[in-house]
Design a protein around this ligand. Structure first.
Ligand SMILES: [Zn+2]
Ligand SMILES: [Zn+2]
Length: 512
């Protein structure tokens, strides 16, 4: 079983034999070996003079796992993530190249058949130029392919022709097999590439021995709708089979289609496809222009739309510039920048600019948010980068943050003490008020008390003059200032105020 992946390890080819022995290659010189059982790989890796252990699972076309440096067992913190490019059907293409025919007569017959098929495919695939055709034939052909429909009036309108000439061109298109009358009387555009694919695949064993026909098949896959992945898969297969570099440019097209512009660049360069090379370089250049002009939001957008799948070993700087743009663009993107850097560092632990930038962002955020853990991260990044200056900067930040924190604690303490003192004072004031209130209440109580005295067998209150039968009511005389004494009135003794001469019925009025 053979798998192909693209992931944070670049392109990986991974092969498992029937006993579960697994081997693979990744990046430029990375090698994997180990066992693959129950969709689980465990084994070792070697790359650029380093080595270590790795483990991953393959499930639903997703490769996920971890690795570490060094072959001794231990926690594997670094991540491996990738997506499968091919389905496993390529494995049943791994056939012997030799034709399975022995007898010469049969070989001749087969040759004839192959020639016949080749001719049929050639006819489908190539535009057989015909001088007798209308000079606007090619324009009309491009038009109907573009519009995916054809009628005399369409050609007439768009190419601004008379109806007779348009009709003649339509007939030429039909003769050339570009359009075909459908069942409902409407002309449809024939996808000749699909016909090539069909013919090739129906006769694969005969035709896949001929590099030229294979070439037509591969290009037809690319030019027909929705077959780019299959095209890429088949290119890899036939590249190996013919040990040929012939399809590098086509591979470049597939890469471009997948937005793997990094690989497209390489493929176009190697195949000397200059115009496509330039076009692909422009994808990078447009992005770098935005970066240079510090149009961060646009650069971020551009990267995420076009270039996020093009970050490989040789193109790490575009990811670096993206993270930097995130960091520079807005406060809300700072954490995202750090998160992205973390991912890139996991995949490319040796690339120093990632580590330096992560250190710088973590230092900034740690200082700003007074986050000691974040600052510890910053130190770790700088240490990995061997950036002594950075380490010192973080040290300074840590001291500052610690100082600020200390000051804050002291301020909080002082504030608490202030609050406690305030409480104490308030409490004292409250108590004093309560005391005053109690005093006033007591005085009020005093005012309400009768003061009875007895003289000549008569008991009466000195202040209100009422007898003791009133003792359960409040005295109303004390505040009014009367002073009752026993006086003889009309021959009998009765309490009379000695100041105003009123009797007790006046006790609730003020003494005058
Ligand atoms: Zn009284
Ligand atoms: Zn009085």
């Amino acid at each position: 079983m053979k798998y192909n992946f693209k992931g944070n390890f670049g392109l990986m080819e991974f092969t498992v034999d029937k006993d579960g022995n697994a081997s693979g290659t990744y990046q430029k010189k990375g090698i994997l070996s180990g066992v693959f059982k129950n969709q689980k790989f465990s084994g070792t890796w070697e790359n650029k003079g380093l080595e270590g252990i790795a483990a991953f699972t393959i499930s639903d076309g997703i490769l996920e796992g971890n690795w570490k440096k060094g072959k001794e067992p231990g926690p594997m913190k670094s991540k491996w993530y990738g997506e499968q490019i091919l389905d496993s059907s390529s494995s049943n293409l791994e056939r012997d190249n030799k034709p399975p025919f022995q007898n010469e007569r049969i070989i001749d017959e087969v040759k004839d058949k192959v020639d016949h098929l080749k001719e049929a495919i050639n006819k489908l695939y190539n535009d057989n130029d015909d001088d007798s055709r209308d000079s606007l034939f090619n324009e009309a052909k491009a038009l109907v392919i573009n519009e995916q429909k054809c009628s005399t009036s369409l050609i007439q309108d768009k190419l601004k022709l008379g109806s007779n000439r348009a009709k003649r061109i339509k007939e030429e298109l039909e003769d050339a097999g570009i359009i075909q009358l459908g069942g409902d009387g409407i002309y449809i555009v024939v996808d000749r590439y699909l016909l090539v694919i069909e013919k090739f695949e129906d006769n694969k064993e005969l035709l896949e021995l001929d590099e030229g026909v294979v070439n037509q098949y591969l290009w037809s896959l690319y030019l027909s709708d929705g077959n780019v992945h299959k095209c890429y898969e088949m290119i890899q297969h036939y590249e190996q089979k013919f040990k040929s570099n012939r399809w590098l440019k086509l591979k470049g097209h597939c890469y471009s289609n997948f937005k793997w512009y990094d690989y497209a660049l390489e493929a176009y360069e190697k195949s000397n496809s200059l115009s496509y090379l330039e076009r692909t370089q422009k994808v990078f250049k447009d992005y770098l222009d935005l970066i240079e002009k510090e149009r961060w939001e646009m650069a971020i957008d551009y990267f995420e739309k076009n270039l996020s799948l093009s970050v490989s070993e040789n193109n790490l700087d575009i990811a670096f510039k993206y993270c930097n743009a995130l960091y520079r663009s807005s406060e809300s993107n700072e954490i995202k920048a750090l998160k992205k850097l973390k991912e890139y560092i996991e995949a490319n632990p040796e690339y120093k600019p990632f580590l330096d930038l992560a250190g710088s962002i973590a230092n900034f955020l740690g200082k700003y948010e007074e986050d000691i853990d974040m600052l510890a991260d910053a130190t770790a990044y700088y240490k990995k980068a061997g950036n002594k200056e950075g380490i010192l900067l973080v040290k300074e930040s840590i001291q500052k943050v610690k100082l600020v924190k200390k000051q804050k604690v002291a301020e909080e303490k002082a504030e608490k003490a202030r609050q406690a003192a305030n409480m104490k004072q308030l409490e004292a004031e409250r108590r004093a008020l309560e005391k005053d209130l109690a005093k006033e209440e007591a005085a009020l109580e005093q005012l309400k008390k009768h003061k009875f005295k007895t003289s000549r067998g008569i008991t009466f209150c000195q202040f209100c003059g009422k007898d003791s039968s009133w003792s359960s009511y409040d005295c109303e005389g004390r505040q009014h200032g009367h002073n009752y004494v026993l006086m003889k009135v009309d021959g009998s003794f009765t309490p009379i105020c000695n100041k105003c001469g009123s009797n007790s019925s006046f006790s609730e009025y003020s003494c005058s």
